[in-house]
Design a protein around this ligand. Structure first.
Ligand SMILES: [Zn+2]
Length: 107
């Protein structure tokens, strides 16, 4: 799978109950074709007691969202957009907003 989304990217969710929300990619789960987004799609999980949580209990963790449900956030359009990739003069590959042609990867 070649994903145009990677860890640290800002994305917008485009479907489901979190539609329209934006967040930062915590992790890309390649095998599941899905991503974890910081503080979004939280699901409750029971956890075993640990040092910081001696009684164990319920913790909230990010649940995965299929990558087809998220779009990379364009800093200029301020919304999720489809991207294309472009090879720069130095050989590096960058993602470009299809709408405004802004480079999404900088530096
Ligand atoms: Zn744009």
């Amino acid at each position: 799978m070649s994903l145009s989304i990677k860890k640290g990217d800002m994305v917008e969710i485009r479907s489901g109950k979190h539609r329209g929300k934006t967040g930062k990619i915590l992790k890309v789960l390649c095998e599941e074709n899905s991503v974890l987004i910081e503080k979004l799609n939280l699901v409750k999980r029971h956890s075993r007691p640990t040092k910081s949580l001696p009684q164990g209990g319920i913790v909230e963790k990010e649940g995965s969202i299929h990558y087809s449900n998220v779009l990379l956030l364009c800093p200029k359009c301020k919304r999720g957009v489809r991207t294309t990739s472009k090879i720069l003069g130095d050989g590096s590959k960058v993602r470009v907003c299809r709408k405004c042609k802004e480079l999404i990867d900088k530096g």
